[in-house]
Each structure stands twice: as C-alpha cells, then as structure tokens.
Design a protein. Structure first.
Lengths: 266, 273, 271
C-alpha cells in the first residue's frame, strides 16, 4: 500500500541522510523503525509526507505517486497520512478540542476553520476519539495544561480524525516516562488494529518495539540493515545496527519483564 | 485504555463552540460594545477635510518622487551643519548622560543602595521618564536660550531616565552568589561594586548605551523644531518651503545614519557577549 | 599574556603592554572627540543667557504658579483628540504592521531575496523617523488637524510593531507548524492554526506597549499642528501664558502616568 522506491535524501550540507531506501508496507501492518540517532529515521518519515523534500526516489501511496504531486495534490494526500510527533507538537495555546479538530483542516475551507465552524460530524468524531483515549472531559482545556501522556493522546486523536490510511509516528515515547510510554505504544497499536491502519513507528527503545510490532526495520547510516520480525533481532543484528554492545542484557530480561510490567501498568 | 473518567454522556450531536476568551458574558459584551462605541465616536469627532486630503495626494506623490531624486546639493551647507550639530549633541549628551546614569542606577538598585538613596534615585528616574524630550527641550530653550546647549541638556536628562532604570533592573536581577563571594573576601564597598557587580552588568550596560546613542540621535533630529539645535530646524524649513527634495535628502541621511548605528550596535553587542 | 617575566619575578598584569597601550589610545580618542563636541556646543551657546538662567527659571516659575485651573474646561476636547490620535493610530498601524512582519520574518517570508529586504526597509525607515517629523510631513501634504496626527502615529508605529512582531514570529516553535502542515492544511490554515496562536500573546503585549508610547507622543504632536493637547500647549507658549502652560504640563503628566498604569495592568492580565 505504501511503497518507497530508491528514496534518497541529501541535505544541503552534503550529509546523506537516506541512501536509496526501498520499502514496501502492506495494508494494516505496524512497523517499527529502529536505529541509532542520526540514522535517518526522522528524515525517512518526513520524506513520506514531504515535510522534508526527498532528493530523488519515489513514494507511492495506494497507487498515487506522492513525490510528483503539486502542492494542492500533496495537501489532499497528506490528509491520508496521520502524523504523531515526538514532542507532541500540539498547538499549545489552543484548546484540546481545537487541536483535535485541526486534523480536519485538510477537509474544511479556510473561513470555516478560521471561525471554528466545523461540520457536526467532525465534532462528534472528535468527541468519540477523545472519549476513546479517555480525555473527553478535557475538551475545553488548553493544551499546555495537559501532562505529557495526555498531550500525546491528543496528538493521536488529531492524527486519527484525519481518517488516514497510514500513521507516521515519530518517536512517540521519547519524552515520556516508561509506564506512559508503554500505554501510548499499546494505544497506538490497538487503534491501528481496530481501524486496519498501517503505521511506521520510529522508536529508540528496542525492547518496546519488540513488544508491540509485527515487523522491524533497522536503519544505519541511511540504509536498511535489517528487515524482519521482532524475534529476528538477535544480538548480532543489533550490533550491526547500533555497534558493539552487550545486547543480551537489553533484550532478554525485558521480554520476561514484560508481563509483570504490563500488569503493573493496568 | 478506555479511561473510566468519562462518567458524563458524550455530547454527540451537540454543536461545539470555542470557549470564549472572557468567560463572563456581561463583561465580554460590555467590552465589545464599549469598544465599538468608542471607535464610532472617535471616527465621528475626527473631521477630515477630504478635499484637502485629495489635493494633498498630488503633493504626497511629489514627495514620494522626491525620494528618487533627493537634493543634497542646493542646501548642502545647512544639511551638513545641522547633521554635525545633531551628531555633536548626540555624542556629548550620550557621554554625559551615561556617566551620570551609572551612579544613579547603582542608587536605584535596592540590593546595592540603602533605602533613602534608593528613593531619591528612583524619583529622579520617574521624573526623567515622565517628561518627554520635546517638552523638556521647550523649557530648557526658554531658560538657556536657543542653541545646541538646550538640546544637549535635554538628551542627557532623557538618557538618565532610560539608562538608569534598565540598568538598575539589571543590577537587581544579578547573581547574588558572585557578589557575596566578593563581599566575603573583605572587599570595601567600591571594591565590591568593581569586582562583584560591574563584571555582571557590563555587557548589558554596553548594549543599552549603544541603543541609547541610537535613540539620542533620532531624538536630536526633532529638537531643532523647538530651537534646541540639530538638523530639525533645517528639516522644518524645508517642509515649510515645500522643498521636498531637500527634505527627502535629510530624511535619507537620518535613515542611513540610524541604520549604520544599528549595524554597529549589532556588531559591538555580538563582540561583548 | 598578562604575566610578564621580570628577571626571576613574575609580574601579573591585567593586560599586556600593547593591549594597554591600545586601551589608552581608545580612551584618548574618546576624550578628544568629547572635548571637540563640547567645544562645538560651547561655541554655539550664548553664555550670558546661561549665567542668567537661574534668574530666568525663577521668573518662569513665579509666573507659572499657580496653574490656571479653570482653563481645564477648555481642555476636554483636546484630551479626547489626543486619546483618539493614539488609539486610532495604534489600531491602523497594527493592521499595517502584521503583513509587514510576516513578510520580514525569515520563516514566513515568501522570498528572502526580494521581499524581505523591502519589508526590512519599511521597518527601518518608519522607525528611524520621529512621529513629529512624520506629522510635519503629513501636515505639509494633507493639511493640519487630528487626521494628520493619526496618520503620523500610525506610520511611525509600523516599524516598531513590525520589528517586535517579526522577532516573535522567528522565535515560534517550528514543530507545531510542522504538525499542522502534516494534516494537509493550506498555507492560510497553517498560518491561522500553527503560527497565529503562538504569537498572539506577543502581539497583544506589543499593541498595548505601543499604545502607551503613542499616548506620550500624541500629546506633543500639536506643537507642529497635528491636533491634540499639544496644540493648546503651543498656543499658550506663543502668548507666554505660563499658568496655562503649567496646567497643560500637569495634564500631560497625568495622561502619561495613567496610560503607563493601564498598559502595565493589561500586559499583566495577558501574560
């Protein structure tokens, strides 16, 4: 459904962030993108919805070539790609409801959005989503009054109200504590399953990725080093992605740990 | 993770409105209606002579065109003298004003000065800030006669209010620990100021001083309107005689000098910090 | 090299020899410039008047006190005009300053090469010329009156407001803008949802701050004929009616103090 073909991004400084990445994501697959800082994970995600303009290569979404679109065509396609950010990226001085409704901006005209006159169906959907993540009572709070986990939930609602076909998730847990991180990851994965969404999740935390996703891509220096199920992440594989380190301690205990930790979280 | 906190039924099907900025409706409407009423009243009391404005458009066009061909030459003597006088006033007033405002700033900082001195210095600052340059200039011209001395005194006086206030605020917000460490070494008051306070506020003092030089120059351009010296008198004459090309030349000179000062202050501030 | 070897003795100095020479030179040049400036001012001054100044100021003081209180009945309309000049001028200038600021900010300008320099030129030229000069110019063009004052204040304030506003725009959080862009919002929607909420507090603060300054400036615009209370001041000065002058000065002082108080209150309420 989402296909990347020989995607290359070279920054003006000469840094090659992506070196001919090929990737094919079928409908409904949740995929984790791991790799060291600076491996090009963020760039890859941003090249898909062209927040960062790829240098060469193509991105296809359901038979539409995103890389060749005009700016209005791109805006139309961006509606089908929900994005979730590391630092939540909520507009802090707007209310929770406005933040969620801003996910509909691609569907409503300027004056309608300016006067906050959204169609009733959008408002209903926003309330349903907020209720789904447990924040319906917060709708008229200002976004900067919320805690980190709550903000990320609002960010998830904003992405989902776009009615997307794919979620682009950029380090959703990097600013959260371990418990909230797991809750947010679980929420994202549950919602993807409920709605049959594909998702690309950038993530630092290898253990967390293994816990929730069906497929893992390892990125190193802008090239795909690993592509397979989470069980395939052996210490050798992690060494090729991240470099030499004692990986046993990272993988094994977390797997056993998981049950108790999840229980504690619930 | 469906949270249990949503006891109330979801407002599905109900319209949603952005909560208003001012929550109390009567206050909101009073403010809105009052503001609109004020605007209408204000517009009604300005009687604009539209035919005069329409006639003026032609002169306005001429003035704008004058900027494309400013006349620096025919009154070059007046322009040159006026500019030199403005610069001279700016430099002298900035030096004197800054020199006087440093002790006043020290006196107006509560963490440095005792209460009686603090009150005296704060009232000097308040008086200097409340009186505008041009009004001070009028009074000083009446007292000292026409000429740049009145302008010089005006600008010095205005510099004191501006610089002392901002500098005093900076001194009050400085790092106490550094200053205490110097005090602990048994330093005298003057030594304490020199070693504990001065290094902390120096960059800000330099930045503010340069900014004030910039303001003083801009102000010096208008003091001539009331006879206190500088380029303002020449400019006024040029407007009175409808010599737009000369006026344009003067304005361009002012803008260029202000831009140069701003550039200079950027360079110096970057070096100080 | 602050430490100098003097035989076996190490002498610490704050600056090396050349450095200290350079410092002395700078001081010397500075003092010379100041002396020259003072010389110029002194030459242009009639010192006889200066020595006479204490007597004159005494004289003015006795004439100006007590203020002519009953004159205040004639000051109602001029005060109202002054308020209008400041308020309407501020409102108009804000309308003009917002687009200029967006064109001048590095992250929102449509063209950094052509449009940004023009916007910056507008900012610097309106800012560097005092409102009294703008008033002079406008009176020459459209005739004396309150309207010229309003326009003068409006023009003068564009640069000030636009400068502060574009600095605020350049400091916004770019990820919030990115997030709105990613939803497929149009350019104007990104502006309304991503940028405007972030600069709103700065905008309100600037507006009130400038209004306060404009009250001060509009009190003296009348000196050149642009309406407001300055007109009364100038005519009283012309006929040497010192009791009226002192009353007007008191009124101006009160206006300045009140406007500063209002602006401080409003800014505190916003932030």
């Amino acid at each position: 459904m989402l296909r990347l073909e020989k995607l290359v991004k070279t920054y003006k400084t000469g840094d090659q962030a992506l070196k001919a990445v090929d990737l094919d994501i079928p409908e409904g697959q949740v995929l984790a993108l791991i790799g060291p800082s600076g491996a090009g994970k963020s760039t890859l995600i941003r090249c898909i919805n062209r927040l960062v303009e790829p240098t060469t290569g193509k991105v296809w979404l359901d038979g539409t070539e995103l890389t060749g679109l005009s700016s209005s065509g791109l805006r139309r396609e961006r509606r089908r790609m929900g994005m979730i950010f590391q630092e939540y990226a909520l507009v802090e001085r707007l209310s929770v409801m406005e933040n969620v409704l801003s996910g509909r901006l691609g569907y409503v005209g300027f004056w309608r959005s300016f006067l906050r006159r959204y169609p009733q169906s959008d408002v209903d959907e926003a309330f349903r989503l907020l209720d789904r993540v447990g924040l319906a009572h917060m709708a008229d709070k200002r976004a900067d009054e919320l805690s980190g986990g709550q903000r990320q939930r609002v960010g998830i609602c904003r992405a989902l109200i776009q009615n997307p076909a794919v979620l682009l998730v950029d380090e959703p847990t990097a600013s959260l504590d371990p418990k909230t991180s797991r809750q947010i990851m679980r929420l994202i994965c549950e919602l993807c399953r409920e709605r049959g969404l594909a998702a690309i999740i950038n993530i630092h935390d290898v253990a967390l990725a293994q816990m929730f996703v069906q497929r893992v891509i390892g990125l190193r220096f802008g090239a795909v080093e690993f592509d397979g199920p989470p069980e395939g992440l052996t210490p050798e594989v992690l060494t090729t992605i991240y470099g030499e380190e004692d990986w046993e301690a990272t993988i094994a205990p977390v797997d056993e740990d998981e049950e108790t930790a999840v229980e504690a979280a619930e | 993770m469906s949270a249990p906190s949503t006891a109330a039924p979801l407002p599905i099907g109900q319209p949603w409105r952005k909560p208003p900025f001012i929550k109390r409706p009567w206050l909101r409407w009073t403010l809105i209606i009052g503001f609109i009423a004020y605007l209408i009243a204000a517009f009604l009391t300005i009687d604009v002579n539209w035919s005069r404005v329409y006639d003026g458009l032609e002169r306005g066009k001429q003035f704008v065109l004058a900027f494309t061909s400013p006349d620096f030459t025919s009154r070059s003597g007046d322009i040159w003298e006026g500019m030199i006088e403005s610069i001279v006033m700016t430099v002298a007033a900035s030096v004197v004003g800054i020199a006087i405002s440093i002790p006043i700033a020290l006196g107006a900082a509560r963490n440095v000065a005792p209460l009686p001195i603090y009150l005296i210095c704060r009232s000097i600052i308040a008086v200097s800030r409340a009186l505008q340059e041009i009004i001070v200039a009028i009074l000083l011209v009446a007292i000292f006669g026409f000429g740049p001395l009145a302008g010089f005194l005006t600008l010095s006086f205005a510099t004191i209010g501006f610089l002392s206030k901002l500098l005093a605020e900076d001194i009050e917000s400085m790092d106490r620990v550094q200053a205490e460490a110097i005090k602990a070494s048994g330093a005298k008051w003057t030594q304490w100021i020199n070693y504990g306070v001065q290094p902390q506020v120096m960059p800000r003092l330099i930045g503010l001083s340069i900014y004030r030089v910039d303001i003083n120059f801009r102000e010096s351009a208008i003091l001539g309107l009331v006879g206190a010296g500088g380029i303002g008198a020449t400019l006024n004459t040029a407007f009175d005689r409808y010599e737009y090309d000369t006026a344009a030349a003067i304005l361009i000179s002012i803008i260029v000098i202000v831009m140069a000062l701003e550039y200079l202050s950027g360079v110096i501030r970057a070096r100080v910090q | 090299m602050p430490v100098r070897e003097n035989g076996s003795l190490k002498v610490w100095q704050r600056r090396s020899g050349r450095e200290s020479l350079f410092h002395w030179l700078i001081w010397l040049v500075g003092i010379a410039i100041f002396a020259y400036c003072w010389q110029q001012i002194s030459n242009a001054t009639t010192w006889f008047f200066v020595w006479d100044a204490p007597r004159i100021s005494q004289d003015i003081w006795t004439r100006a006190t007590p203020p002519r209180w009953e004159y205040i009945s004639q000051l109602g309309k001029p005060i109202w005009d002054t308020l209008n000049i400041a308020t309407l001028g501020t409102i108009i200038s804000l309308f003009l300053a917002v687009p200029v600021a967006f064109l001048a900010a590095r992250n929102t300008t449509p063209s950094a090469l052509f449009i940004r320099p023009i916007a910056l030129l507008i900012i610097v030229s309106t800012r560097s010329i005092n409102s009294l000069i703008w008033a002079l110019l406008l009176i020459a063009i459209i005739g004396p009156g309150v309207f010229a004052g309003v326009v003068a204040i409006a023009i003068r304030s564009i640069g000030f407001c636009a400068k502060l506003l574009y600095e605020a725009i350049e400091e916004i959080d770019a990820t919030q803008v990115e997030a709105i862009t990613a939803t497929g919002a149009s350019r104007w929607q990104v502006m309304a949802y991503g940028i405007v909420p972030q600069i709103m507090p700065a905008f309100a603060g600037i507006a009130v701050f400038r209004w306060d300054i404009n009250i001060r400036e509009s009190t003296v615009l009348g000196l050149v004929g642009a309406g407001g209370i300055g007109l009364q001041l100038s005519s009283s000065l012309n006929v040497l009616a010192w009791p009226q002058v002192s009353l007007i000065l008191l009124v101006i002082l009160a206006a300045v103090v009140i406007s500063e108080w209002v602006s401080a209150k409003v800014r505190a309420a916003i932030i």
